[in-house]
Design a protein around this ligand. Structure first.
Ligand SMILES: [Zn+2]
Length: 255
């Protein structure tokens, strides 16, 4: 990012000078779009934007997916061991993200993962039998080996969500701005009462689209108000990657 920025700055400086035509390389680089959800940086173009993003195009286990035809399986309950801790809210230019230092753990059959952050997409990236929800929170966890597990919490329109209110009251309006939540945050406050889920393997839904991510999508949505959704959409009207092919992946659902 820094390099791209200084290159574009250089290009701007040079273009106002007589040397502009001597610097085609710098100009070309400065016009390479940054990844986004529309225009030249749109999801279809992600793989071509940077060499590190190739998986976005050639990966065979990409996220998000349209969840349908899941097989009932005797899967263990998700063990959330979340705790209240310090938290800060960041506007990273693609979404609003809450970073947690001591938010606690998620225990899966594949091991113990610490929650590191959660962030939002609208509409929900995951679809259930073709239907997107108004918003989704991706709760991102990491184990000791650095492997990721993401729990998706779906949101439908309804009552004001008090946990979302705590976050959105401190929503940073500018890119790269960070605000400390004065009372910290307990990620347990985002979870629905019932925690049955869909289970599958996938990837990050943003570049570099790295695979090997364990996905757990909670079936029961929670609610947020129309005003809360509008507040997020004012900053990010659409930040959902289109659904990706399943390519024969196992798709299970817990009882
Ligand atoms: Zn996400």
């Amino acid at each position: 990012m820094k390099n791209l920025f200084s290159l574009s700055l250089l290009a701007v400086l040079l273009s106002s000078s007589a040397f502009a035509s001597d610097m085609p390389a710098a100009n070309a680089n400065s016009h390479r779009p940054h990844w986004s959800y529309k225009g030249d940086g749109k999801p279809k173009n992600w793989a071509a934007l940077e060499s590190d993003f190739a998986t976005c195009g050639i990966g065979k286990e990409q996220s998000p997916i349209d969840i349908r035809g899941a097989v009932h399986a005797d899967l263990p309950a998700l063990e959330f061991e979340y705790t209240a801790g310090s938290a800060n809210v960041v506007n990273n230019g693609h979404t609003i993200q809450v970073n947690l230092e001591t938010g606690g753990n998620l225990k899966l059959d594949t091991g113990t993962y610490q929650i590191v952050q959660f962030h939002f997409h609208t509409p929900s990236e995951e679809k259930i039998r073709g239907k997107a929800y108004s918003m989704v929170a991706h709760m991102v966890h990491k184990n000791a080996e650095g492997k990721l597990a993401v729990v998706a919490v779906l949101f439908k329109l309804g009552k004001t969500n008090p946990a979302i209110a705590k976050v959105f009251a401190h929503m940073p309006m500018n890119k790269d701005e960070k605000i400390e939540l004065p009372d910290g945050f307990n990620p347990a406050d985002l979870l629905p009462a019932k925690q049955t889920y869909y289970a599958f393997n996938g990837s990050l839904t943003t570049p570099p689209c790295t695979e090997g991510v364990v996905w757990r999508v909670l079936k029961q949505p929670v609610e947020l108000s129309r005003a809360q959704l509008a507040k997020f959409k004012k900053l990010y009207p659409m930040n959902a990657r289109p659904v990706q092919p399943l390519n024969g992946r196992t798709l299970q659902e817990s009882p």
